[in-house]
Design a protein around this ligand. Structure first.
Ligand code: SF4
Length: 370
């Protein structure tokens, strides 16, 4: 059994990494830009303030590497929210148990109605999302949802509570392609501050959850930090260490990185570490230079203009016309059910044609079971 990531994580200290990133120089950045295989130290250089003046070079290189690896393609998907019931409190999330919100968990007929509505929009790749509520949306519920949906969609990924290893195996056997599980932040004090109730308070358990997924041989694992909770540069470096650990042990699996920037939601949350558009471009292109095999994903949290500007700079997967509330596609449900507000409200068709105009072909799957 491979060592789990939490024991590796303990060898590193947040402040040391933060200082190392801050102290990178132009020479470190230029050295990283000349390399083909980047180390975590090179990634630190690309994340550093010193790299800000190299943004244009990073963007050009990122674009070329992405085209080399993925061609002129973009995967399009939509989140399908199955339930907004959650037993946890996360300070930044509208589904937190302490928020007054009408709770809803879709039944089989409602799941099917959502599938049909998404198909009509031209979506063929879905991300199933639930809150963390094992009694309401445990593995049996998720398995049944996958069984219902797999005949309708080319690919199904999930973003749900951490499960046990064999439970992931069960979902893979049912037709699940991938799992997204974001650490949110690798900064212990911020993690404690923002996760105050429920299973998610156990930071080490969350650090080790991707190991459980990898051990089952899933096709794709999605990682990421919630941009805005702590220093994005340091958090992203820890995420890269996490990625390298998983790649070393579960090398048959593909990996994806997402860039969720905090958005307004129900509740009262102030973003303490805001990330600017320029910094987000630096982050996206730094990831591409660090690893040209990664899927890089950008959601409708971001505004239309920003998404249009960066879709050729490294991003390989985008959501479109997303609803973040259960039943949001088939019914005209109230916005009070939603997790957060989306920014890019264009239809799938509009996003599709924007991508075509930019010379990108929309794809709905990147892999097929043999
Ligand atoms: S982030 Fe996830 S676990 Fe936290 S309150 Fe929202 S749905 Fe629940």
């Amino acid at each position: 059994m491979p060592q789990q990531f939490s024991s590796i994580f303990r060898r590193y200290h947040w402040q040391d990494i933060e200082q190392a990133i801050e102290s990178k120089t132009s020479a470190d950045v230029e050295r990283a830009l000349c390399k083909q295989n980047l180390s975590p130290a090179d990634f630190q250089a690309l994340l550093s303030p010193a790299a800000e003046q190299y943004l244009e070079t990073m963007a050009q290189k990122s674009r070329a590497l992405t085209q080399q690896q993925f061609g002129h393609t973009m995967q399009l998907y939509a989140p399908l929210y199955l339930s907004n019931v959650c037993s946890n409190i996360c300070s930044y999330c509208g589904f937190s148990i302490n928020n007054k919100l009408r709770r809803k968990t879709l039944d089989e007929a409602e799941i099917l109605a959502e599938a049909k509505a998404l198909k009509r929009k031209g979506i063929n790749n879905v991300l199933l999302v639930t809150g963390e509520a094992p009694k309401t949306v445990g593995v049996e519920y998720i398995e049944r949802a996958i069984q219902i949906l797999k005949v309708h969609f080319a690919q199904i990924h999930i973003e749900v509570q951490p499960l046990q290893g064999q439970e992931y195996g069960r979902l893979i056997a049912s037709g699940m392609h991938g799992v997204s599980l974001y650490q949110e932040t690798y900064h212990r004090a911020s993690y404690r501050e923002h996760h105050t109730k429920g299973n998610k308070t156990n930071m080490d358990a969350r650090l080790n959850a991707p190991d459980q997924i990898g051990q089952q041989g899933v096709h794709k694992i999605g990682l990421g930090v919630l941009l805005g909770l702590a220093n994005w540069r340091t958090d992203s470096l820890f995420c890269a260490l996490h990625l390298r650990h998983l790649q070393k042990h579960y090398w048959r699996t593909r990996y994806a990185i997402s860039f969720p920037r905090l958005r307004p939601c129900a509740g009262d949350y102030t973003i303490k570490h805001p990330v600017t558009d320029r910094q987000l471009v630096q982050l996206i292109t730094a990831w591409r230079l660090f690893d040209n095999t990664l899927d890089l994903n950008l959601s409708t949290r971001e505004q239309q203009d920003f998404r249009d500007a960066v879709c050729q700079l490294g991003i390989t997967s985008m959501s479109a016309e997303s609803s973040t509330q259960p039943g949001g596609y088939a019914e005209n449900t109230q916005a009070a059910l939603q997790q957060f507000e989306i920014s890019d409200e264009r239809s799938v068709e509009q996003v599709h044609s924007m991508l075509n105009i930019k010379g990108l072909e929309v794809i709905h799957k990147d892999w097929h079971w043999a």
